[in-house]
Design a protein around this ligand. Structure first.
Ligand SMILES: Cc1ncc(COP(=O)(O)O)c(C=O)c1O
Length: 438
C-alpha cells in the first residue's frame, strides 16, 4: 500500500468498481463521476479541473430580464426562429463595439448555446458544395464538435497547430485546403483546451486562405475577451478582440454566453454570419433546403429543424445583458478576470513542483493566463499522469482526446478550483514531485 494524499486502497477499489478500463482515456463525464465517488468515500475534496464550466454566478442583469419576460407571459409564445429584434440589434452592436466589425442584424441569430450553433453550421455550411466533404479543425479543440460531425455522417480533417505557429501556419493550412475537399475551418480563440490565442498574423493567414480557397471560417469565440494580456473590455475602443473577420468576409462567428456571462445553464449563444456569407447563393443547398441562400437555409432550414429557435425568455435576458455591456454599464471582462488570476497562481504552483506548461507560447509571447492551461510531468504520458494524480486528489483531462499530438499533456480548467484550495494543491503537487523524482 502506498502513502498517497488520497487513500490508495479506496481509490484503487473505486477505479475497479467504476468499470473504467483506463482512467487516462476516460471521458470528462466518467472522470467526474469517479471523482464524485472518491470524494464521497474518502471525505477528501479534490482539486477538480476536469469540467469546463463557469465557476461564477450568472450575470444578474440577464436573470432579472428573463424573470420579467416570463412574468409578461413570453413562455406561451413561440419566439421567432431568427431571434427577437432587440437581441439581433444588440448582437450586431456587440460585434461592432467589441470586434470592430459590421454584421447586419439579419445575420445575428440566437442559438441554443454555441453547441447548437456549431451543429447548425456543420449541417448548413458543409453542404454548400456537393464536392466538398467537411470541416478542417485547427486542433487542439473541443471534442464534442467532432462528435457532432460524426453524428451527421460528415468527414473532417484535423491537425495540431503546436508545430505550425506563425508563418508556418500558411503552408500547413494550404496543404489541407489545396485539394478542394474542405468546406469550413473551425478553431476556438482563445483556445479550449490549450489557451493559445492566434496572433494577428495567424488570423490574417487563415482569413486570406479562406478567401483564396472559398472556405468558410467558423470562429468559435467561446472565451471572447478573455485573453487578459490586452484589455478588450471598453466598448467601441481599441484594442478589439482579434478576429478572422478582419481578414475575410467568408466567416461565421459563434459567441457563447456560457463563460463570458456565466450563463451556461440558459443555453443561449449567438451566431453572427457575415453579410457576404448570409447572402451567398449555393445551389447545392437545394439538395437539403428550400432555399439556396445560406442565411435562409441556416435559419429556416437548419435552426428550424433542430429547435425552432431559442428559448424566448433567455433571449430577453441576453438582450438586456448585451445592452448593458454595449452601453458600457456592465464590464463582463472585469468579472471573468478572476479566471486569469487563478490560472497565474496555479501555473506557478505547478511549475514550482516540477511540472511543465505544454502549450506555452503564442509565437514569441508567453501565453495568457485564463480559463484553461496545459501541463505535463517528465516521464509520464498525459494519460498516465491523469491516472496517477487521482491518488493525489487532482483531476483533469488528457489532451489526447482533444486532437493534440502532445501526448504528454493534460488540460486543467481553473474555474471550479477555489482559492482556499491553493495550499492543498501546493501540498499535493509537492508530494507528487517527492514521490516521482526525475
Ligand atoms: C470551445 C468551445 N466551444 C463551444 C462551447 C459550448 O458553448 P455553449 O455552452 O454556448 O454551448 C464550449 C464550452 O465549453 C467551448 O469550450
Amino acid at each position: 500500500m502506498k502513502n498517497t494524499p488520497v487513500d490508495y486502497n479506496i481509490v484503487t477499489n473505486l477505479v475497479k468498481e467504476s468499470g473504467i478500463q483506463d482512467v487516462g482515456k476516460a471521458s470528462i463525464r466518467e472522470i467526474k463521476r469517479l471523482v464524485d465517488r472518491i470524494e464521497a468515500a474518502t471525505g477528501n475534496k479534490f482539486i477538480r479541473m476536469e469540467m469546463g464550466i463557469p465557476g461564477l454566478p450568472p450575470a444578474q442583469i440577464g436573470v432579472e430580464a428573463e424573470i420579467e419576460a416570463l412574468r409578461r407571459g413570453v413562455a406561451s409564445i413561440y419566439p421567432d426562429i431568427f431571434g427577437i429584434a432587440d437581441l439581433k440589434t444588440e448582437i450586431s452592436r456587440f460585434c461592432k463595439l467589441f470586434l470592430n466589425i459590421n454584421v447586419n442584424p439579419e445575420g445575428c441569430i440566437p442559438t441554443v448555446g454555441s453547441m447548437m450553433g456549431g451543429f447548425a453550421c456543420f449541417l448548413t455550411i458543409n453542404r454548400m458544395y456537393a464536392e466538398r466533404e467537411g470541416t478542417l479543425f485547427i486542433d487542439p479543440g473541443f471534442p464534442v464538435q467532432k462528435q457532432q460531425c460524426r453524428v451527421l455522417g460528415q468527414k473532417f480533417d484535423t491537425f495540431d497547430v503546436y508545430e505550425y505557429r506563425g508563418d508556418k501556419l500558411k503552408g500547413k493550412l494550404e496543404s489541407h485546403l489545396k485539394d478542394g475537399k474542405i468546406s469550413s475551418i473551425l478553431y476556438s480563440n482563445p483556445n479550449n483546451p490549450s489557451w493559445i490565442c492566434f496572433t494577428e498574423k495567424e488570423l490574417q493567414i487563415i482569413g486570406e486562405l479562406a478567401t483564396k480557397y472559398n472556405v468558410v471560417v467558423i470562429e468559435d469565440l467561446a472565451y471572447i475577451g478573455m485573453d487578459f494580456r490586452k484589455d478588450y473590455s471598453v466598448p467601441g475602443q481599441p484594442p478589439y478582440q482579434p478576429t478572422v473577420a478582419q481578414y475575410t468576409d467568408n466567416y461565421l462567428l459563434l459567441i457563447s454566453s456560457s463563460k463570458a456571462f456565466s450563463y451556461a445553464g440558459q443555453r443561449i449563444g449567438m451566431m453572427a454570419i457575415s453579410d457576404k456569407l448570409f447572402n451567398t447563393i449555393a445551389p447545392d443547398l437545394k439538395r437539403f433546403y428550400y432555399s439556396d441562400k445560406v442565411g435562409n437555409a441556416m435559419i429556416f432550414g437548419s435552426i428550424y429543424s433542430i429547435s425552432s429557435g431559442t428559448s424566448h425568455s433567455a433571449q430577453y435576458g441576453l438582450a438586456a445583458l448585451l445592452k448593458a455591456v454595449n452601453n458600457g454599464e456592465y464590464d463582463f471582462v472585469e468579472v471573468v478576470k478572476e479566471y486569469g488570476e487563478k490560472a497565474r497562481i496555479m501555473k506557478k504552483i505547478f511549475l514550482d513542483n516540477g511540472f511543465h506548461i505544454v502549450y506555452d507560447r503564442d509565437e514569441d509571447q508567453p501565453i495568457a493566463d485564463g480559463f484553461y492551461f496545459t501541463y505535463s510531468y517528465p516521464g509520464f504520458t498525459g494519460e498516465e499522469l491523469l491516472k496517477e494524480m487521482i491518488f493525489y486528489g487532482v483531476s483533469a483531462i488528457s489532451l489526447a482526446i482533444t486532437g493534440s499530438q502532445r501526448l504528454e499533456g493534460v488540460r486543467a480548467c481553473v474555474s471550479l478550483v477555489k482559492r482556499e484550495q491553493f495550499p492543498d494543491l501546493e501540498y499535493r503537487l509537492k508530494k507528487f514531485h517527492e514521490d516521482h523524482p526525475y
